[in-house]
Design a protein around this ligand. Structure first.
Ligand SMILES: Cc1cc2nc3c(=O)[nH]c(=O)nc-3n(C[C@H](O)[C@H](O)[C@H](O)COP(=O)(O)OP(=O)(O)OC[C@H]3O[C@@H](n4cnc5c(N)ncnc54)[C@H](O)[C@@H]3O)c2cc1C
Length: 377
């Protein structure tokens, strides 16, 4: 069996490691010349750390990230309560905040260790054609078109997936009205390694610790802001919370909207979609990349079984698709709930009461499990 993975982002690289460890030959075609250089996706949940342990890369991640053991809810004036992740089953009873450039660096290092010539960079997939037996992938490298034939093509090429579009798979879903701006600033709070969700009446603000004395600030906005400035972000944080970020060094500023989309098929004959190519959930709660890794892990296991039992291939891949779709739907609901809690409510008192019950009763252990993707793996 030979597999082509289109896209060497966090999910494509992870899938490449899983397949290589199982002795399945694979090549990753990635259009970027190098891994990302900014912090982007941060949150790595316990379930993924468990998978990293099995792949022998968890220590690299633990060294690169910060362990968040507590999530604090704050109304802008005082603490409302907290969710303590350390009550979860050890050893991974925390969420790891690890910048995406570190994640991609670790995954690429491990993949190329297992498969030294397996990653082809500056290779943009431009055509995918399948016949009865195999698939031909054409890609552009340095202006020259080349082609490879394989048994499967796995699209890990992100939410605007070329592979998905080329295969004609419908990507259905919705955009939410919620919009946010974010930035990474030097630490100026006393929250240490805790994550904080502020819920003042003017709108939600979240902040998470990052390695190297930095903190990520995420601020809900009333409309999409294309060009984010330090002045804009710090102005909103100052008005809502009284924290002054206006003269604090920062390394990144950006804005994002939120959406939930899912491909009609994750598997179409010999073409498979994984990660954001197959499903996009709201990033509030930080699940998208982790969800991609969960799918990639299960898919690699299934492909190994298919290799040994080719006659069961259709049945096994079909079962993989329907099982993983259920997981994605569950995760999307959780993400939507997280996002709704950050919206302005018509009855603010009811929201406060709900949060109080969640954080001050035995329900808090359920909240800790839900926020850390327990029950999805
Ligand atoms: C603001 C924000 C914060 C987030 N935070 C988190 C978080 O904390 N935790 C979490 O789990 N998720 C988070 N997410 C979601 C996460 O970013 C995505 O789920 C994740 O990046 C998906 O990984 P992927 O590898 O599937 O796709 P991508 O990261 O999009 O990677 C796709 C790769 O394919 C390559 N590619 C594309 N087209 C081609 C082509 N034709 N040929 C070759 N290569 C191609 C691209 O260059 C890229 O490297 C966040 C998202 C946002 C917007």
């Amino acid at each position: 069996m030979k597999i082509i993975i289109a896209g060497g982002g966090p999910v494509g690289l992870f899938l490449g490691i899983c397949l290589s460890q199982k002795g399945i030959e694979c090549t990753i075609l990635e259009k970027r010349a190098a891994p990302v250089t900014d912090s982007r996706s941060l949150g790595i949940h316990p379930v993924s750390l468990g998978l990293f342990k099995q792949l022998g890369i968890v220590d690299d991640f633990l060294e690169a990230g910060v362990q968040i053991k507590k999530g604090i809810a704050h109304d802008g004036k005082k603490k409302m309560g907290e969710v303590d992740f350390s009550q979860l089953k050890p050893p991974f009873n925390f969420v790891l905040a690890c910048p995406q450039f570190e994640t991609e660096r670790i995954l690429e290092k491990q993949f190329t260790k297992l498969n030294p010539n397996g990653l082809i960079r500056e290779a943009e997939v431009v055509a995918v054609t399948q016949n009865e037996k195999n698939i031909m992938v054409r890609f552009n490298k340095n202006g020259i078109e080349e082609s490879i034939t394989s048994n499967f093509v796995i699209g890990c090429d992100g939410k605007n997936s070329f592979v998905r579009q080329e295969t004609g798979i419908f990507f259905g879903g919705k955009r939410y009205p919620d919009t946010y701006i974010m930035g990474d600033f030097e630490e100026n709070t006393s929250f240490g390694k805790d994550a904080v969700v502020f819920l003042p009446k003017q709108g939600m603000v979240e902040c998470f610790p990052l390695p190297n004395g930095m903190r990520r600030w995420v601020v809900k906005t009333n409309q999409f802001i294309e060009h984010v400035t330090q002045e804009k972000l710090s102005g909103l944080v100052l008005k809502r919370l009284g924290y002054d970020l206006s003269s604090i060094n920062h390394s990144m500023l950006s804005s994002f909207g939120v959406q939930h989309f899912m491909a009609e098929y994750f598997v179409k004959n010999k073409i498979i979609l994984v990660g954001d190519a197959a499903h996009v959930v709201s990033p509030i709660g930080g699940q998208g990349m982790n969800l991609g890794w969960l799918g990639a892990w299960k898919l690699a296991e299934i492909l190994k079984v298919c290799l040994e039992n080719p006659s069961r291939e259709k049945e096994l891949l079909h079962a993989y698709e329907s099982k993983h779709k259920k997981v994605v739907k569950k995760a999307a609901k959780r993400a939507e709930w997280n996002m709704k809690m950050g919206r302005k409510h018509k009855i603010p008192f009811a929201k406060k009461a709900l949060i109080h019950v969640l954080l001050h009763t035995p329900l808090s252990s359920i909240a800790a499990r839900k926020f850390t993707m327990h029950g999805l793996g």
